[in-house]
Design a protein around this ligand. Structure first.
Ligand code: ATP
Ligand code: MG
Length: 555
């Protein structure tokens, strides 16, 4: 379709229909994480989707902590989540809310339901409630407590609130339909007794609302128009609508579901990341091998790259899984023009230029990024002894190997042509030094056209080299086996982290946490913000330069 310039996702279509029909006159979205862990790339999709819709339709975006379950929630997570969302660029302005701030309204909502004869206190145990619920093929059975009078229910519910009962002794249930084909409508529990301290409200409450009851109330109170959530809540929508209707909110919000983002062979679920953290497989929620937002930031991903990724993924109703290579594609695209291309040797051997004056140094000009002149130039010291990559020399080269081998000439990046005239081995028989001669005529930028060489290699001057630890990553998961075993354990790749001691050109000595660079020929690297010290730099490889990923063709 040639005229179809803007491609809208299905949620945008629904929103535009609602606006056109006058059901809503503005768009108000929210992101409602439960503060029980760190956010991951899947949450980033939800954040950017909700924020993006508010932006697109000149509406509002709320940040709301869905903290109605005191068991797993912690203030540490609240702070981390705020930081992640800000970093991603989603701005909630002055609209930061906590579901727990609405406990009073939720309690009043429950009383309203009781008074309407739409809720009752039930004494069945959790197990009995499950039994009474029936199955997908059989209707449920009504609780013997279902027909308590309004007065009795009011008294019992107040007792629940006042701490008269122990955990699990009584619950409040919505009175809907035990024969409903939708199991969620079979008199769901909406309040439970839990004598627990809440991270926000302390010991003020010993009854807590259930998610399906609390969430629509939160949305309605805040004036949310489109309550966007993931597919597993599709079957809960009738209950969402029931709550909003029975509580008679004047501007009912509308729930719309989309498919969760999954990455193939990557752990995203909070529960599983938590396990990896707790058993020490990774060094925290921000270990660069994870896809929590904190981990991606630490590894060197940018908000722009994540925005681009989320956009490429699109929004759909059908479950699918995206290749990690697509995320790598996005960070490469984002960094390639923005970052300087520096020389770093990850597996060094020495190269000695026999005919270069000992003790002499010259400063060669190097463009920071040949594709982006705005990044300027720098000076790189050049001298008789250099480090080069071990695999840039071969004693007996295979066909089509154009780098150094005895008798061959290559270009040293930003410098001269050098010709290999010999090499030395250490006691273990490994090559330790390569000897070359250089040709002063061939200086880069001198306009030399006398002859051509097929290989260019990078180098770092030995006396000026900066030492750094460099961390190279592979997938945390052994991809040949898939992520999970039947017993719930994960297939961990034993080679997911390789640490090397690298030599860097001196301009990198001042690199600060989160600074990132291209190291020519080996990838993009970022200064590790957790372990790097001023005199002991640590770099994470964000991504290598090579990719097998092809952008899907748009039709
Ligand atoms: P997880 O179990 O992966 O940690 P969650 O759904 O328990 O996720 P919440 O804090 O409840 O985490 O989620 C906050 C919001 O983020 C919800 O609206 C949820 O639907 C959305 N969300 C969670 N995971 C994904 C995902 N993989 N892709 C897209 N949205 C997601
Ligand atoms: Mg959750």
């Amino acid at each position: 379709m040639e005229n179809e310039v803007v491609s809208r996702n299905f949620i945008e279509n629904e929103i535009e229909k609602d606006l056109a029909e006058g059901i809503y006159d503005m768009v108000h979205t929210r992101f409602p994480p439960e503060p029980n862990g760190y956010l991951h790339i899947g949450h980033a999709k939800s954040i950017l989707l909700n924020y993006g819709l508010a932006q697109k339709y000149h509406g509002k975006f709320n940040m709301r902590f869905d903290d109605t379950n005191p068991t797993k929630e912690r203030t540490e997570f609240v702070e981390a989540i705020k930081k992640d969302i800000q970093w991603l660029g989603a701005d909630w302005e002055d609209r930061l809310f906590f579901a727990s701030d609405y406990f009073q309204q939720m309690y009043e909502g429950a009383i309203k339901l009781i008074k309407k004869g739409k809720a009752y206190v039930c004494d069945l145990s959790a197990e009995e409630i499950r039994e009474y619920r029936g199955t997908l093929t059989e209707p449920g059975k009504e609780s013997p407590y279902r027909n308590r009078s309004v007065e009795e229910n009011l008294t019992l519910f107040e007792n629940m609130k006042n701490g008269v009962y122990g955990d699990g002794e009584k619950v409040l249930r919505a009175k809907i339909d035990m024969a409903s084909p939708n199991m969620n409508m079979r008199d769901p529990v909406i309040y439970r007794v839990a004598h627990m301290t809440h991270h926000n409200t302390g010991d003020a409450w010993c009854i807590y609302p259930m998610y399906d009851f609390a969430h629509p109330i939160e949305d309605a109170i805040e004036g949310i128009t489109h309550s966007i959530c993931t597919l597993e809540f599709e079957d809960h929508r009738p209950l969402y609508d029931w709550v909003v209707r029975e509580l008679e909110y004047p501007h009912p919000p509308r729930q719309i579901e989309f498919a969760k983002l999954y990455l193939t062979n990557v752990v995203t679920g909070k529960r599983y990341i938590k396990k990896l953290v707790e058993d020490g497989t990774v060094d925290g929620w921000d270990d660069p091998r994870l896809v929590s937002i904190a981990a991606l930031r630490r590894r060197g991903f940018t908000p722009e790259s994540i925005q681009m990724f989320v956009e490429l993924c699109g929004v759909s109703k059908s479950q699918s899984s995206v290749d990690y290579a697509m995320l790598e594609y996005c960070i490469r695209e984002d960094l390639k023009m923005k970052r300087s291309r520096m020389m770093a040797v990850l597996d060094p051997i020495r190269l000695v230029i026999d005919n270069y004056l000992e003790g002499e140094t010259e400063y060669l000009e190097a463009a920071n990024n040949l594709e982006n002149e705005e990044l300027g130039t720098r000076k790189v010291p050049f001298c008789r002894e250099l480090y080069i990559e071990r695999d840039d020399f071969m004693e007996e080269p295979p066909r089509k190997y154009f780098r150094l081998f005895p008798g061959n000439e290559v270009r040293l990046m930003h410098a001269y042509f050098v010709k290999c005239v010999g090499f030395e081995k250490d006691a273990d028989g490994r090559v330790s030094v390569v000897h070359c001669t250089y040709d002063p005529e061939t200086k880069a930028g001198s306009g030399f056209t006398g002859r051509k060489v097929k290989g260019t290699i990078h180098w770092v001057p030995v006396p000026y080299a900066v030492d750094a630890q460099v961390r190279l990553y592979e997938n945390l998961i052994d991809e040949s086996k898939g992520v999970y075993n039947e017993d719930g354990s994960m297939n961990i790749n034993p080679n997911s982290l390789t640490v090397v001691q690298a030599k860097l050109e001196p301009a990198l000595a001042d690199a600060k946490p989160y600074d990132s660079f291209q190291f020519v020929r080996s990838g993009f690297f970022c200064v590790d913000a957790k372990d790097s010290k001023e005199d002991a730099l640590v770099f994470n490889r964000i991504v290598s330069l090579k990719s097998s990923f092809k952008l899907p063709k748009k039709d």
